[in-house]
Design a protein around this ligand. Structure first.
Ligand SMILES: [Zn+2]
Length: 600
């Protein structure tokens, strides 16, 4: 039997299907805006046109240049972006499968990456929840976790990312650099650490010598002590300090080691936030730049890093200003997230620039500054207008997604700005999962609720047997963990952890980059929605989609004893806590209200 709500969603679906028969990528898309090509001449084309067809860029045009092959582009959709059109950003280092986790409280200052994996705080707040989520004997939500993380990356304009486990079901959305993102596999065997013994140096050297790979990515000197520096000498001994090697972190390297690195053509990846939170120090970037080292930026991971590359750029920029004396120009910082990683990975003829024949990995941003490079550094996730991977619009302002993918997107709230996200793809295994479903599954699992776990993966075990199996697997005991919010806006936990980190000692308020005016704050808008006398029970129940009892209780609370809206005895909600205290109202109710309030 159809309930009112399922009838309503059926109606939505039908409307969506009717609307969806519009634009397809084969018909072509013309993005008009100021094109920031990131090419050799750093050409910026005011009021230019980027012409995309299928998965490629087919033309990059000045304002008055004619369309090539214009007859075949007659049906192309023209989008006036009024923004900066950039190549999609490339995150050169990450551990994508961990990015559903929030920042953890780093208990002390470590000297190298081998010290922090043992202590209880790391195991209880990072490793155990990671195992609980991803292991196939537990919740088996690795794919969901990776997709969630890729959405966080997308919201910051990222179109390629390093460090993803390879599963068929995740070979879409953001490009996973070592998983054959262009149909060929030219990134070398990956090892977490040089000394880990889980990779074969001879095999890697052979792949390099026979030109079978373009890049080999390895953690290098992630720490500040001699042990970290010795890794560099070990790399040389292995004869792997080559122009295909990409060293991640390089936090402990000396100026002389940077000189040798530059001479060998070995590239570096820099993750300042994570370095500072763990080791209280990051790579000597001024020395690396003086030596001529080629540097890309990576966000590392969310347990000790920014939510995406857009955040990492802000931290890098601020450190450069406060500690390095402005040795990184705005242009160089933008190169570190576009052309530089593309070059380091051997993708420089495919992505990282806007050029004819390149893959249409594109990110469009608001013009928050007159200079495009400064504008990108200062932009936050509210300013991301459109993100396309291989010509496929995956994320952007709802106004844009409504034209490109009518009915085929979910709505996210980026600090009061409604954004459309499309992660469904029927051609991909598990590709019918929505972002809402993934979010709920991860949230439920991270609660580590005994009955829920028992039901999900306890098999035939009795509660006693299951309890003892859990105790055996998770020696520090499971604690509920919060799913890391996609956006930094309003994430007070994130800002508190960053701002109070004794290791990092940032010396500036990290939240300054994600300030939202009160009138645009989704929480305030949700309150305004429920307080408005014109908001009816039917609206909350049927249109917003709240549970009936939650909707009834909210209306009853607001209307007061006389049960009439807009009268003197109304008890308006002063804050979200008052709303949250209403029976049957919880975080999912509040999220629905926020989403609706910011999109209507
Ligand atoms: Zn790493």
């Amino acid at each position: 039997m159809f309930t009112t709500r399922s009838l309503f969603s059926l109606l939505i679906t039908l409307v969506a299907v009717a609307l969806a028969q519009g634009w397809t990528s084969e018909g072509g898309l013309i993005l008009r805006g100021d094109i920031v090509t990131m090419d050799e001449n750093l050409r910026v084309i005011p009021n230019g046109r980027l012409v995309v067809r299928g998965d490629r860029i087919v033309a990059v045009l000045e304002a008055n240049q004619p369309l090539p092959d214009s007859a075949s582009l007659a049906g192309a959709l023209i989008l006036e972006t009024d923004g900066w059109v950039f190549p999609g950003l490339i995150d050169a280092h990450n551990h994508v499968a961990y990015d559903f986790l929030p920042l953890y409280s780093v208990p002390k200052k470590y000297d190298n990456r081998y010290q922090w994996t043992g202590p209880k705080s790391y195991r209880q707040y990072v490793k155990q929840p990671y195992d609980l989520i991803q292991s196939s004997k537990n919740y088996d939500l690795l794919v969901e976790g990776v997709k969630y993380a890729e959405v966080k990356a997308l919201t910051g304009g990222v179109t390629s990312i390093q460090g993803t486990p390879d599963r068929k079901a995740t070979r879409y959305l953001v490009r996973n650099v070592e998983n054959g993102p262009f149909g060929e596999d030219r990134i070398g065997q990956y090892g977490l650490a040089l000394t880990a013994g889980n990779w074969d140096p001879d095999a890697v050297r052979q792949q390099m010598e026979q030109n079978l790979i373009d890049a080999w990515i390895i953690h290098l000197a992630e720490g500040t002590d001699d042990k970290s520096r010795q890794e560099f000498e070990y790399l040389k001994q292995l004869r792997l300090l080559t122009d295909k090697t990409v060293g991640i972190h390089c936090a402990g390297l000396t100026p002389d080691q940077f000189r040798q690195m530059a001479e060998a053509g070995t590239k570096a990846v820099w993750s300042p936030t994570s370095n500072l939170l763990l080791y209280g120090q990051t790579a000597d970037i001024p020395a690396a730049l003086r030596a001529g080292v080629h540097i890309s930026l990576g966000a590392d991971w969310s347990p000790s890093g920014c939510k995406n590359l857009l955040g990492e750029m802000k931290i890098a920029d601020k450190l450069d200003e406060l500690r390095f004396g402005n040795v990184i120009s705005d242009t160089l910082l933008v190169k570190m997230v576009t052309v530089n990683p593309a070059f380091a990975l051997g993708f420089d003829a495919k992505v990282g620039q806007l050029k004819t024949g390149y893959y249409a990995d594109v990110a469009v941003f608001d013009k928050v500054r007159a200079d495009p490079y400064r504008s990108l550094i200062d932009a936050n996730e509210r300013n991301v207008r459109l993100v396309m991977v291989g010509g496929d619009p995956l994320y952007g302002d709802t106004a844009v997604m409504r034209r490109l993918k009518p009915g085929d997107y979910e709505v996210l709230d980026a600090g009061g700005k409604p954004k459309g996200l499309d992660i469904t793809n029927q051609a991909v295994e598990m590709g019918d999962q929505t972002f809402a479903e993934i979010t709920v599954a991860l949230q439920q699992a991270l609660r580590a609720d005994f009955d829920h776990m028992h039901e999900a993966f306890g098999g035939d075990l009795t509660p006693e047997q299951f309890a003892s199996a859990l105790a055996g697997q998770f020696q520090y005991g499971l604690v509920p963990i919060r799913l890391d919010p996609v956006f930094a806006f309003g994430d007070t936990y994130f800002f508190r952890m960053m701002n109070t980190s004794a290791n990092a000692g940032f010396g500036f308020d990290v939240s300054q980059f994600w300030q939202v005016q009160a009138s645009e704050d989704p929480g305030q808008r949700a309150l305004a929605l429920v307080n408005s006398p014109s908001t009816t029970l039917e609206l909350l129940d049927v249109v917003v989609g709240l549970e009936r009892r939650a909707a009834e209780n909210i209306i009853a609370h607001r209307d007061g004893p006389d049960a009439q809206p807009g009268t003197a005895d109304d008890d308006r909600f002063d804050d979200l806590a008052e709303l949250d205290a209403v029976p049957y109202v919880g975080s999912s109710t509040i999220q629905k209200l926020k989403t609706y309030a910011t999109t209507h």
